[in-house]
Design a protein around this ligand. Structure first.
Ligand SMILES: Nc1ncnc2c1ncn2[C@@H]1O[C@H](COP(=O)(O)OP(=O)(O)OP(=O)(O)O)[C@@H](O)[C@H]1O
Ligand SMILES: [Mg+2]
Length: 403
């Protein structure tokens, strides 16, 4: 297993998550899923793992697409086609998918299907697609997949970012709503064909938050919500022990325990960060990891040069909430970061009163912001106080924004 601190992990680098995977496969028998988790918890890695496991399941084909960088519905549908075309697992079924598509309105693109390489044909054919064709073209692909006896799992990553891109172009959100309704229609079909295709949607921003902000909750209310959490203390310990073994770095139980204490929130990403810090110190000094060294790494992780580890917590707030709500959320987090024990709702209300004067509106906004900040992994509520879920993030926030 390699020490990875950024990119999604796969194959031997992916650790555990066995219960979560089993649970997801079980749920996917009957439901479409919205996978929610705070940033960096390991959603994309888990989706990669579902892809990797699909071939071991009876007649199951999984395709993955990530869509944060596109602006139009047609590009979304194009990604869908490409994902099917490029999926090594689906290759054996492709000619049948395209046989079905030949008799549909996209058939004209694929009329020489027998003689030409499918991918090349797609490049030629797709140029003729017009922006307004997206609904039909997308529907035809989904229908074609459903007509096959096999089971299909379509994993869509960063969908909320694409939805926000649509909203930027049409702030009334009508366009985003139409798209999400279309996607909802794609999910709804009676058995047996309805049973053959499932969607799993995810993203580094919560689709539920975006949908509620633009009052589009009805477009996703058929999805079953699954959340991805931390490693258990035992799994976190095993994870660190395994990393240590694979790098020949002797992590004693005390050192592993100290890492878990300092990380506090046991997501694999934080454990990987601590491990990489120890690895750096020990290879420089040829030293053996100690408890004091873990504390040293904590400080290093918060230093200026490592800002990119946490900066996205601030950036995504703006993308997710928009202005001025992002500033209000920041103000709450600033207040909260000043006290390791957290703050009460009254403190939050007083902070927000500087931005929202109407009492009713303030109450409603505060409830919503607290929900978002808890759901997104910034805060937890313990005995009536709100505090940062991780002291690492609290310290970062405090030093960077609230001093
Ligand atoms: N199962 C795992 N085993 C080992 N490391 C993991 C695992 N899952 C996640 N990680 C660590 O967490 C980091 C982030 O993982 P990933 O990109 O999958 O998270 P994400 O939830 O998709 O993040 P984002 O919200 O930014 O899209 C990885 O670079 C890796 O360090
Ligand atoms: Mg991701």
């Amino acid at each position: 297993m390699r020490n990875m601190t950024g990119r999604p992990v796969s194959e031997e680098d992916f650790f555990n998550r066995e219960a979560e995977l089993a649970d997801l496969w079980r749920k996917l028998e009957t439901d479409h899923i919205l996978l929610l988790a705070p940033r960096r918890v390991g959603k994309t890695s888990l989706m990669y793992k579902l892809m990797a496991e699909a071939p071991q399941r009876p007649d199951t084909y999984a395709i993955y697409l990530s869509v944060p960088d596109i602006d139009t519905e047609l590009e979304f549908v194009e990604r869908l086609y490409r994902a099917v075309l490029e999926s090594p697992q689906a290759t054996s079924r492709l000619s049948r998918v395209w046989d079905t598509l030949k008799s549909s309105s996209i058939g004209k693109f694929f009329n020489r299907i027998e003689s030409v390489n499918l991918a090349e044909l797609f490049e030629i054919g797709w140029r003729e697609a017009k922006p307004e064709d997206w609904e039909t073209l997308g529907r035809e692909l989904i229908h074609a997949l459903r007509k096959l006896e096999s089971r299909w799992l379509i994993l869509v990553d960063e969908l909320p970012v694409f939805v926000l891109n649509l909203i930027k172009q049409d702030p009334t959100a009508a366009r985003a709503r139409t798209f999400l309704y279309w996607l909802r229609q794609m999910r709804q079909m009676p058995p047996p064909e309805g049973e053959r295709l499932r969607f799993l949607l995810a993203g580094s921003i919560g689709l539920d938050t975006v949908a509620s902000r633009y009052r589009m909750g009805d477009t996703i209310n058929d999805l079953t919500i699954k959340t991805l959490g931390t490693f258990s203390p035992a799994t976190a310990d095993q994870f660190l022990a395994t990393l240590g073994e694979d790098y020949g770095l002797d992590l004693t139980p005390e050192v592993r325990q100290r890492i878990c204490e300092r990380a506090e929130w046991l997501i694999p990403y934080y454990l990987q960060l601590f491990f990489s810090g120890l690895l750096e110190i020990c290879s420089d000094e040829r030293a053996v990891p100690s408890v004091e060294m873990v504390d040293e790494v904590f400080e290093v992780l918060l230093s200026h040069g490592r800002r990119s580890y946490f900066d996205y917590w601030h950036q995504r707030l703006t993308e997710e909430l928009g202005s001025p709500q992002d500033e209000w959320a920041s103000a709450l987090l600033n207040a909260c970061s000043r006290d390791a024990k957290g703050v009460t709702r009254q403190t939050f209300a007083a902070t927000l009163s500087r931005h929202v004067s109407d009492t009713n509106q303030r109450d409603e906004t505060l409830n919503w912001l607290i929900d978002v900040l808890i759901g997104d992994g910034y805060l937890v509520e313990i005995e009536g106080r709100y505090r940062f879920r991780s002291s690492l993030l609290r310290e970062f926030w405090h030093r960077r924004f609230a001093q």
